[in-house]
Design a protein around this ligand. Structure first.
Ligand SMILES: Nc1ncnc2c1ncn2[C@@H]1O[C@H](COP(=O)(O)OP(=O)(O)OP(=O)(O)O)[C@@H](O)[C@H]1O
Length: 940
């Protein structure tokens, strides 16, 4: 495959704006510098003290600000007594230095105990690993030829849970090690991981010290219950056997560390020598062969990595068609930063699902090369991140978590530790409030840390110049695609090939050849069955549908008309998938999936739980499932390519398809290394023909800043955080900051009627009037904005709680009311307080059901309704169809948290699998409100 129109366009926009470097300010934070974080520190101390005192599921409030577009939400979020909560508690507990020392001391004391001199191990540190050499006596006993070495205790204590999983795999990979080795490991070398919980330590004492066998029964019981409590929580970690390395492996480790040192020196000397593998140790190259089957870089990847600008660590934007192999370039640059320049890296990805996919893909590299891979998605991620002593961290984050992470690094004066920020799907900067958050993140990095490099990639960029100016970046682009993609359109039963040279953009290709019965014609007017059966079950197929409900309907409809032969294809494996799905959903397998999976078909949308999604994706990737009906989110999501991609209609929900969306969806066709060709078929009706022909021929859409358009979630939130984090605290500096944003670059196109100065002043005035900011001066003169600003308690609480500023005052008012008299006789008042405000505008209640529910409220619940200003009269009028403007009190219908049916019935009738999603977003909102309360009330 040639590289088509490969070209390099370089344009560095050197802006003359004088930006004060905050790095110096934050380099060594003084007490005053850290003042905004005082409350946070207190909180943390409190939390730590709490976790020192007890190890129950007293969960640290997690920053959970992923938008609903984080498509798989936080299904793995923490719940009291949940497994993850315990594990996380333990992780936090063990990460406290004193506990770490305590446990490691006990572990090593135990290993080196005087009473066990014959088994004494001499401990030698080799780079990241600690060699535990057995003395002669032990050697003779175990007759080992190789020396067993185990990872340094810190490696295992510090290791993020996401990476621990890799240990499980690596330990099972090591299954071919001699049994003797394993015996040696399990009998005399209790792994450090096994030593982690107290119960393990106690076990040791029991075996080694006979006196310890005499214990009081209460002690025994206490220990037993503690053990039982910890047992389930530690299952994952305990399973993670320490890998056993042979001498050869040990030598390799030494070689690696030497190679890294050489690479480090080479990279520092800015020489042209790329060493064995793009300034990285040869082990990286080997790992790519081993883990990803990539033996050689594509030509464009080599060109891009050897660009002078890349060598000089200039900011870079690069753009290639989907499946072009963009990620590998970013990964190599990240590894250079982590291993050679020894700085942390942040990778921002659009969805939780992709973050998880990337975590599992890179954890193995982290373990092999000695860096941490930390997940910042859903409920995962610590703010500020744990300070690592030696190893560097790769933070893989969603857009929202990436923003919070950058905020926390700025607040703690650690932003300089971030060497590189990589943004995948950079075009998302132009998408609503998530785009605004991405813009804020990048603008803050640009403003506060000149030494942090920024790299953005995308398959669908048009107005790159604006982005280049914003990021002060160079640009590289190529048309390379490893697998050819053929685009087709289907109108009635005719298939046309998209052909840019043809007069109307398409040429006749063929007629559909499939015998349709009358019933099938009625049920499947779009000939979906004909189109998919040309491909499945031997090849995979994706059918993009406009809505989630439609995904389920289409999957069912197709299965109704598939022959019984499809049932036989990989039958047992499909049964296994169903069994596993039942296990992860406590026996409640979705009836649609139950019917479609035996045919190798499933739907894939945000209504799936995280576990269900992972199981289905795995089955699809291995060919057990051959067809997914999915929503457009899969296009920008996980790496699930297919031989054929069908777009069921040129719509996403009710909106006509955009060129970018179309490109992303069809880009899933053609698996590199598996398919020799990929095909896309867009099904359209005559009425849409003209619009579709325009769609396939026009250029990609430009992306525009949403910073000002997303008023409360954009510019206002930005200003609050600039002042709260002391990035810029007076009008001049804030204006200066605004000049450096993406909006600043596009202001003249986006908002001609106002100058940037006016926009800045207006927003500051609005925040001041809202009571979120205060002027430092006592001079109340209207125009006097030259003085500095400081954030108020409510402002800080809103900013820290990541509350949409549109709702912060109404939320504060509701909470205050709750403080006056929280009615706890039923759950209604609490449910009212925790129901997300933005849900109110999204849902259209059925007022008749609402009225019925209302009349069944108990007297106590009616009191709550009265307290909240909801009268029977009001609901009666609503039910009879009269127009009254008043915020519907959602809580009234949510009589019981467990009564999800009500939520579903009243508000979400059109969303078939959404009660769970709704419940989760309510819980997510609870967390945010809890944080706001904590900040606000604490400071009052
Ligand atoms: N040099 C290479 N040789 C072989 N396969 C490669 C190479 N580089 C990348 N790949 C493989 O190509 C596939 C697509 O790569 P990747 O996901 O990086 O594409 P992308 O450009 O990021 O696409 P998208 O825009 O769809 O996310 C992956 O399976 C990846 O492992």
């Amino acid at each position: 495959m040639n590289e088509g129109g490969s070209r390099i366009r370089r344009r560095v926009a050197v802006r003359k704006r004088n930006r004060p470097s905050l790095e110096s300010i934050f380099a060594s934070p003084t007490a005053a510098d850290l003042q905004p974080g005082d409350e946070e520190e207190e909180d943390e101390e409190e939390m730590m003290a709490g976790s020192r005192r007890k190890k129950t599921a007293d969960v640290q409030p997690v920053e959970n600000n992923d938008s609903e577009e984080d498509m798989f939400g936080d299904y793995d979020s923490f719940a009291e007594n949940s497994f993850l909560a315990h594990v996380d508690d333990l992780e936090q507990y063990m990460q406290l230095p004193e506990h770490r020392r305590h446990a490691s001391d006990l572990a090593s004391d135990d290993l080196c105990s005087e009473s066990d001199k014959h088994n004494k191990l001499s401990v030698t540190t080799i780079d990241n690993f600690t060699e535990l050499k057995m003395d002669e006596h032990t050697k003779n006993q175990s007759r080992q030829e190789d020396v067993c070495i185990e990872p340094e205790p810190d490696l295992l204590y510090d290791i993020p849970s996401s990476q621990v999983l890799y240990f499980e795999n690596s330990s099972s990979d090591l299954g071919d090690q001699s049994t003797k080795e394993r015996d040696c490991n399990s009998s005399s070398h209790k792994t450090v991981n096994e030593e982690l919980p107290q119960n393990s330590i106690e076990q040791h004492q029991q075996t080694d010290d006979p006196s310890s066998k005499v214990r009081t029964s209460s002690e025994e019981n206490r220990r037993k219950s503690l053990k039982e409590h910890l047992k389930s929580a530690m299952t994952g970690n305990a399973k993670a056997q320490t890998p056993i390395f042979s001498k050869t492996k040990q030598l390799k480790e030494t070689l690696l560390s030497e190679e890294i040192n050489v690479a480090k020196k080479t990279i520092e000397s800015s020489s042209d020598d790329l060493g064995p593998f793009y300034s990285l140790p040869s082990k990286v190259r080997d790992l790519y062969v081993q883990f990803k089957g990539i033996g050689k870089l594509y030509e464009w990847q080599h060109t891009c990595l050897t660009l002078n600008s890349v060598q000089e660590r200039k900011n870079l934007i690069y753009s290639l068609p989907t499946s072009g192999g963009k990620t590998l370039v970013a990964e190599i640059l990240m590894l250079q930063e982590l291993l050679c320049r020894r700085r942390d890296v942040l990778m921002i990805l659009p969805y939780v699902a992709i973050v998880q996919e990337k975590i599992s893909g890179l954890s193995s590299f982290g373990i092999e090369l000695g860096f941490f891979v930390e997940e910042y998605a859903g409920s995962k991620g610590k703010f500020p991140p744990i300070k690592r002593r030696e190893k560097k961290s790769l933070y893989i984050a969603t857009i929202e978590k990436g923003h919070s992470l950058v905020n926390s690094l700025i607040e703690t004066g650690r932003i300089g530790s971030l060497g590189l920020v990589v943004v995948d799907e950079l075009h998302m900067i132009g998408e609503g409030s998530r785009g605004a958050i991405l813009e804020m993140t990048l603008a803050k990095v640009l403003y506060t840390s000149k030494a942090t490099q920024i790299i953005g990639m995308s398959a669908t960029l048009n107005n790159v110049e604006d982005l280049q100016e914003f990021l002060q970046a160079e640009y590289y682009t190529s048309q390379f695609r490893p697998v050819e993609l053929k685009e087709y359109l289907k109108i009635n039963d005719v298939i046309y090939e998209v052909d840019s040279k043809a007069e109307n953009g398409m040429t006749f290709s063929r007629l559909l050849n499939y015998k349709y019965s009358d019933t099938l014609k009625k049920m499947d007017p779009d000939h979906l069955v004909a189109l998919v059966t040309e491909v499945i079950p031997n090849y995979s197929c994706l059918v993009f549908c406009p809505t989630k409900k439609n995904c389920e309907n289409v999957a069912e409809m197709i299965c109704k008309f598939l022959s019984k032969e499809y049932l036989k294809h990989r039958e047992e494996e499909k049964h296994e998938v169903i069994k596993n799905l039942k296990n992860v959903s406590s026996g409640n397998l979705c009836p649609v999936l139950k019917r479609t999976i035996p045919f190798g078909v499933a739907y894939h949308h945000s209504g799936l739980t995280s576990d269900e999604r992972k199981l289905l994706e795995e089955a699809y990737s291995t060919g057990v499932l051959c067809l997914f009906t999915c929503t457009s989110t899969l296009a920008a999501g996980v790496n699930l390519p297919a031989r054929r991609v069908i777009l069921r209609a040129p719509y996403v929900a009710k909106e006509f398809l955009k060129r970018n969306q179309y490109k992303q969806m069809i880009g899933r066709a053609g698996r590199a290394g598996i398919d020799s060709i990929g095909e896309s078929i867009l099904i359209l009706q005559e009425k849409d023909k003209q619009q579709v022909l325009e769609l396939i021929s026009r250029p990609l859409e430009n992306c525009y800043s949403h910073l000002v358009q997303e008023f409360t979630k954009g510019i206002q939130t930005l200003f609050l955080s600039l002042i709260g984090l002391k990035i810029a605290t007076n009008l001049d500096d804030i204006y200066h900051f605004m000049n450096g944003t993406f909006f600043g670059v596009q202001q003249k196109i986006l908002l001609k009627e106002k100058s940037l100065w006016e926009i800045t002043v207006e927003s500051l005035r609005y925040l001041t009037e809202k009571g979120l900011l205060q002027k430092d001066t006592t001079d109340k003169s209207e125009e006097d904005f030259q003085h500095g600003f400081h954030i108020t308690k409510l402002g800080r609480a809103s900013f820290k709680g990541t509350i949409d500023l549109a709702y912060c005052d109404v939320l504060y008012r509701d909470l205050k009311k709750g403080l006056e008299g929280l009615v706890l006789e039923s759950l209604l008042h609490l449910i009212y307080l925790t129901t997300p405000y933005d849900m109110a505008s999204q849902c259209d209640p059925d007022w008749m059901i609402y009225f019925r529910q209302f009349s069944q409220l108990s007297p106590a619940e009616q009191n709550v309704a009265a307290l909240l200003g909801v009268s029977e009269n009001f609901i009666g009028k609503k039910a009879s169809g009269q127009a009254i403007k008043k915020r519907p009190t959602f809580g009234v219908c949510l009589k019981n948290l467990t009564c999800l049916e009500d939520i579903y019935r009243v508000f979400l009738l059109e969303l078939p699998r959404s009660p769970l999603v709704c419940y989760i977003s309510v819980r997510c909102c609870c967390t945010k409100k809890q944080r706001l309360c904590k900040k606000k009330w604490k400071s009052c």
